[in-house]
Design a protein around this ligand. Sequence first.
Ligand code: ATP
Length: 421
Amino acid sequence: MEVKAYLVGGGAREVMRAFVNQISTDKLQHFVFDIDIAVEGDAIALAEALADEYGGALIRNDRFRTAKWIKETGYSIDIAMCRREEYPIPGKLPEVIGEAEIYEDLLRRDYSFNAIAISISKDDFGVLYDPTGGVGDIFNKTLRVLKPLSFFEDPTRMIRAIRYSVRLNYKIDEETSLLLLQGIEESYIDQVSPERVRYELECILNEDFWFGILWAMHTSNLLSALHPEWNQLPTVSGSDTEVLELGIRNQEELLEQDMVPPWLVRLSWSLVSVRIEALWDVLKRLGVHKRLAESMLEAREKFDEVAARMNHAGFSPSRIYRVCQEYARKTLLFIAFNSYLEKNTEPLRSNLMKHLRELSPSRTVLPGERLISMGLPAGPLVGKVQEELWWRKIDGELPDDNAAEKAARELIERYLSRPIV
Ligand code: ATP
């Protein structure tokens, strides 16, 4: 289509990091998760043409004149129009005020190392565009904003600054540090909506060095700027996070099944030292969806109770099941992961995980119609008998259908011989 196109963002940054030997070239694919392309011209039309020719789906964003091109493999490429932007309200998303050339598009970016473009057009393929000295900063391992008002315009850049400085192990340039300090002291972050805070937290908590990033945010008072009650982290020990990570890896399937992404487990864990009376307010500020926030809060409220009942070895499956049934699955899930912070809680975790993985939700041992044909009246008794059959099944008392039928007959007899009150 004869438009000029450039590799920008993390892709360009990582290519240049490889160029100065900070990462190895053959490991680039481990450092670049999404590819950003900037084009001088109609980005959406280009994305549409690409999808027509090579397949895949498009998600268009007309406000920012960008499109996400998702291939069948799930891999995606963001294609954006080079643009000029303005921040009419600090903390809110910027407004696009027009098309631009690559230089201007780079100047609207957050840090110099993210303001690099590498041409992918035929006529100047591979040419580097670096108007702000980003490659020099990469070489010197320095994070630097492009203008004094950067953090004021978009305070999420304060969070991103700490995230990148920890991830890349870069120092924050002196002037940028002063601006960051000012931004924290003057609580610029208050202008940012809970939704945007949540997005930034999600990015942090999906990083390998998530705890290091939270720790750096804590020591620079950015955590307490987000909410004054988030003034502590539950541990200073890296080994505690390693244990949590191991737990998350071991339970990946369970998390998927309950639709709780690992970053939320890490968040709930990171908030264990927040006072319970303040937790709801903190979760609201962090933009956590209401349902999940309720589960996280309930996990904190019920922790001691569930631990007192379930932190014992040797319980029969039906006993575990009967106690755990009283609590919501997500609540138990957060309790299990938060418990990594408490010593001697292995039995608690093992019981909760057994319940979540194997014992619940209960499955039908014998269908209701079968029980009715055996003489049980239709109604609430059917559910009761089915529940008791499940208890016996998980305790291993019903190895086959015959045993199930026999047990059902006994139960029906017992229920029917009870006096009706
Ligand atoms: P990674 O994917 O490795 O975290 P990335 O740089 O690709 O890094 P994105 O969040 O995808 O991260 O952002 C892409 C690019 O968009 C950044 O490199 C930066 O140039 C620009 N950008 C992102 N957020 C901002 C922001 N808040 N202010 C200015 N520019 C931004």
